[in-house]
Design a protein around this ligand. Structure first.
Ligand code: 4AD
Ligand code: MG
Length: 441
């Protein structure tokens, strides 16, 4: 076939993901040049199109001198279309290759700053808008999508109603030290939502079982690998539900999401070289231990810990190491938990709270519990926590007009994803991470 610039008339543009359906047929692929190598008379172009990678084999005989010469100068990330015939090849990573008959260049790319060699993480984060093109980052983002999908499927198939909660809020939910204030017109301050929970509590009194799913903000001045200042959280809430109901729901959610990711994202998990057998063990029931037992476990395992404190990252890791699947730790001291937590009737110094910790050192992925549903107790709590009562009047109304026992939790998507993907740090679990020292790009 003569060398020529291709047009789209007559030759179907297809996606790499779909290529098996076109074996033996001429197709057009549009994408970017991931890698190129040459052996004199043949160029091997690895093309990616967002759905996968494929090798396009271009011989001088097939495309002619001019196109062949042009292809020899294409830089990494040049956007292009290749036209050619799909050929099955058992040795090819995806099982297929393209025998190229034509080439069109959309946008050239020279001196692409991210090469197969090692780059430092700050260098990569400064170029996050490009870094996401690399195979590993693509795999993570694709798994993220599968996680979000699985979470939605889970709640939608169980009778929960999605009810969105506001981002601009008048008051704190999770403590006043991690609020991001925003000037709200002339004389008001709004805070970026730390959680949708308080609004979920109102929404269940209308809808029974709800979830919200959106970005949340914490002015965390910590630089740990487990903290972002902007992260996505899914928060279910249920009327007429106890702490145990919340634990059961959290367990079922994690099991369902892990199963769906294992089913739909084998290829991406392989790209990440993730040990999937660790994920296959994630089955119900999860072990459940009290905070008291957790403290004993820590001390018995050489991690000195005093009753009454909150667990740090290392404590969570040591605790989780005792188990081969996530563990639910419940009944933390009220003192270290938020104002809305209901107290344990048997031991009022404890709250009906739960954290679910991921294995393999990934720490808390779920936090929640049963909410205080008594007006007077809640009023007292707002006072001892030094919160402005007027900002919570609407929340107190929920206890004035038909209060019910209710429970729920929040699951951080990046925490879950970092564990599923085996990431060292949460910063790779979101397209554009926001951290103490990172607001660019
Ligand atoms: O334990 P947290 O603070 O609980 C709440 O916000 C409750 N109001 C949720 C509820 O009951 N509706 O946060 C819940 C989860 C954590 O378990 C963790 O997965 C994630 O949100 N998370 C963070 N993820 C990334 N960066 C941070 N700074 C995070 N803080 C919490
Ligand atoms: Mg928590």
């Amino acid at each position: 076939m003569a060398a020529r610039e291709i047009g789209y008339d007559g030759v179907m543009p297809v996606y790499i993901d779909d290529i098996a359906r076109f074996e033996g047929q001429p197709v057009t692929l549009r994408g970017w040049l991931h890698r190129r190598r040459s052996s004199g008379k043949i160029h091997f172009l690895t093309v990616r199109d967002g759905t996968g990678f494929i090798q396009a084999v271009m011989s001088k005989a097939a495309v002619g001198e001019e196109v062949f010469e042009r292809a020899d100068h294409l830089g990494q990330e040049t956007s292009l279309a290749v036209e050619g015939t799909v050929r099955a090849d058992a040795r090819a990573p995806g099982g297929y290759e393209i025998d190229v008959a034509g080439l069109e260049v959309f946008g050239e790319s020279h001196d692409y700053p991210i090469t197969p060699k090692e780059h430092g993480v700050d260098y990569l984060l400064d170029r996050r808008h490009l870094w996401i093109r690399s195979p590993r980052q693509q795999a993570i983002l694709r798994i993220r999508h599968a996680v979000v999908d699985a979470v939605r499927d889970f709640f939608n198939s169980r009778g929960f109603t999605l009810a969105d909660t506001p981002i601009f809020t008048p008051a704190a939910c999770e403590g006043t030290t991690t609020l991001f204030p925003v000037q709200y017109f002339d004389d008001a301050t709004a805070y970026l939502a730390q959680s949708g929970q308080l609004y979920n509590e109102a929404n269940i009194m209308a809808l029974g079982r709800v979830y919200c799913f959106g970005p949340t903000f914490r002015a965390e001045k910590s630089k740990t690998r487990r903290h972002l200042t902007e992260f996505w959280m899914v928060e279910p809430e249920m009327a007429f539900a106890t702490l145990d109901d919340a634990i059961e729901l959290g367990e079922a959610l994690v099991v369902a999401v892990v199963a769906q990711v294992l089913e739909t994202r084998q290829r991406e998990l392989a790209t990440l070289e993730r040990n999937v057998s660790a994920l296959e063990r994630v089955q119900a029931p999860f072990p459940r231990i009290t905070y008291d037992e957790a403290v004993e476990t820590l001390n018995a395992n050489g991690q000195a810990f005093e009753w009454g404190g909150d667990f740090g990252g290392t404590d969570e890791t040591v605790l989780a190491e005792q188990f081969d699947r996530p563990v639910a730790v419940h009944r933390f001291p009220s003192k270290i938990k938020a104002f809305y937590m209901k107290s344990d009737a048997d031991r009022p110094e404890l709250s009906l709270s739960v954290d679910i910790l991921a294995p393999e050192g990934y720490g808390e992925i779920i936090g929640g519990g049963q909410r205080e549903d008594d007006l007077d107790v809640l009023l007292a709590r707002i006072k001892t926590h030094d919160l402005p009562q007027e900002a919570f009047e609407w929340y107190l109304d929920l206890r004035r007009y038909g209060t019910v026992p209710h429970s729920g939790f929040g699951m951080g998507i990046e925490r879950l994803l970092a564990w599923l993907c085996g990431l060292e740090h949460l910063r790779e679990a979101i397209p554009y991470p926001r951290m103490l020292y990172r607001l660019y790009p």
